[in-house]
Design a protein around this ligand. Structure first.
Ligand code: CS2
Length: 496
């Protein structure tokens, strides 16, 4: 689709033409690089890049960011053509505002030149490496967090070829850094994984073991590294032509790397940075000793409810989250999920009320200006459901409580896996375990009990004790029966 604005391209040369309120806080090229970021998706550009720009703008420091795209070429090409500048449009219900962000000091495409990325990770000027690569890129079993390396990662770790996977790049970079004596590094996962810092350290250790690295080298790498945990939060739908058009209108120049996001933005970071860090607290981030309670709050009360909304909405034929929230009775169902199950399942951070947080979440989901597609959130369910819903179930069941509303979410996912919405339209299954899940369901009669039996046997998603929990199975089977017979609307109307 042709863009309506054709008055030039965003870049250093056109900065002065931007309306004053749209200009970046930093000018790329003026802040030396101190951070490497892996994963240049929309979420990163609207979240950590914005925090870091504000922190450096307020407090200074050599914390320019070199952004590395592990796979996608489009974003690197767009950013390279724009001197690493891009805009973020904030979608408040009352109107949109667009601003250019100048946090990136440069961009690289890992697939085009993996060795350059390895050298960068070994560069003493780089003291922080952050990651937003999505859950599946870690190649860890979602339940046990043990390494489930595919053929590409195995080849990265056991041969000399240039690395092609994210863990492969990291490990090669860390080995090069240890060999160069380049000083300590904080490796920071900003993905929605439980205990993401510990998982990332576990990933690195398991990869080094698979690579048969000698003990002395293992010790040197371990001594280099901290892996602070984080909680990251901002709703950032995938960019579309409409995103780029809105940005183009506001800026007066074309921005092919434009992103859009809701107004809310939160970042909680464990303060463990041996080589220093930007003054992120000056940008509103919370620095803490333990991000665990924040992470549980966010994964269970936001992401769990997001997945619930996405599966129920997709089955009911709703295109976006905001549209799903207008389904009769959905709101009441999500409130009961939050109050009766999510809230009692864990201890929240001090002075935080899960009830208030849940209300904010529902208001955020209802923001009509944000067009977040249910099918985008429905992706990769096998990687998401454990920490978003099944950990809540495990904690409730261990305390002798029922997990009825969580069972509805699981049932909605199972029905989604069967591949058809309530009106018969096909639903795509985009999941790294798609083949396993399809095979589990193949051939069987799709009775509710048969579907539960088949999918509960997938150990990467359902741990054995949960799969053996008869009461929980019965709840899921009951909801799935209702969903299959009557559809989402009638099931919600009759939900007690
Ligand atoms: C969403 C998240 O796509 C998804 O699975 O639940 O990306 C969500 O929008 C963010 O975590 C919000 O911080």
């Amino acid at each position: 689709m042709a863009l309506t604005v054709d008055t030039g391209r965003l870049g250093l040369a056109t900065l002065r033409r931007l309306p004053e309120q749209c200009r970046p806080l930093l000018r790329p090229g003026t802040v030396p690089a101190g951070i490497v970021h892996l994963g240049l998706g929309a979420f990163y550009r609207a979240h950590q890049a914005v925090f870091t720009e504000a922190a450096v703008g307020a407090a200074g420091g050599d914390w320019g960011i070199v952004g590395v795209a592990p796979r996608s070429t489009d974003v690197v090409e767009a950013l390279a053509a724009q001197d690493a500048l891009f805009s973020v449009t904030t979608l408040a219900p009352e109107g949109a505002t667009t601003r250019v962000v100048g946090a990136l000091a440069g961009v690289r495409h890992a697939a085009a030149d993996p060795d350059a990325v390895v050298r960068l990770l070994a560069d003493p000027a780089i003291r922080v490496v952050t990651l937003t690569v999505t859950e599946k890129a870690y190649q860890l079993d979602p339940v046990t967090a043990t390494l489930a390396a595919d053929a590409e990662l195995t080849a990265d770790l056991t041969t000399d070829r240039p690395p092609r996977t994210v863990p492969g790049l990291l490990v090669r970079g860390l080995l090069a850094r240890a060999a160069a004596g380049a000083g300590p590094l904080a490796l920071v996962s900003c993905d929605n994984l439980p205990a993401n810092g510990r998982r990332l350290r576990g990933l690195v250790e398991q990869c080094l073991a698979l690579a048969r690295v000698p003990d002395a080298t293992l010790d040197r790498v371990a001594a280099l590294l901290t892996c602070p945990g984080t909680m990251v939060d901002r709703i950032v739908p995938a960019s579309t032509d409409a995103t780029r058009e809105t940005a183009g209108r506001a800026l007066g120049v074309t921005d092919l790397a434009a992103v859009e996001a809701e107004p809310w933005s939160q970042w909680v970071i464990e303060d463990d940075f041996p080589g220093g860090r930007p003054a992120w607290e000056r940008a509103g981030a919370v620095l803490t000793d333990d991000a665990g309670p924040w992470e549980r709050l966010k994964l269970r009360a936001l992401n769990g409810v997001h997945s619930a909304t996405a599966y129920l909405g997709a089955l009911a034929g709703a295109e976006t989250v905001a549209e799903t929230l207008t389904l009769p009775h959905l709101d009441a169902t999500l409130r009961r999920l939050l109050a009766e199950e999510v809230a009692p399942s864990f201890d929240p951070p001090p002075d935080v009320s899960v009830a208030d947080y849940g209300e904010q979440v529902l208001t955020r989901f209802g923001n009509p200006a944000v067009r977040h597609r249910t099918l985008q959130i429905a992706m990769d369910g096998s990687q998401k459901l454990p920490q978003r819903v099944l950990h809540t179930v495990a904690d409730l069941r261990a305390a002798g409580r029922s997990a009825r509303w969580c069972a509805l979410v699981v049932a909605a996912w199972l029905r989604f896996l069967l591949g058809h919405a309530d009106d018969g339209r096909p639903l795509p299954l985009d999941d790294p375990l798609a083949d396993r899940l399809r095979a589990a369901l193949a051939g069987g009669r799709h009775t509710p009990a048969g579907v539960v039996d088949a999918v509960f046997a997938v150990r990467e998603v359902f741990p054995a004790d949960l799969a053996a929990d008869e009461e929980f199975r019965a709840e899921v089977t009951g909801w799935l029966t209702a969903l299959q017979r009557h559809g989402v609307r009638a099931t919600l109307a009759g939900a007690r």
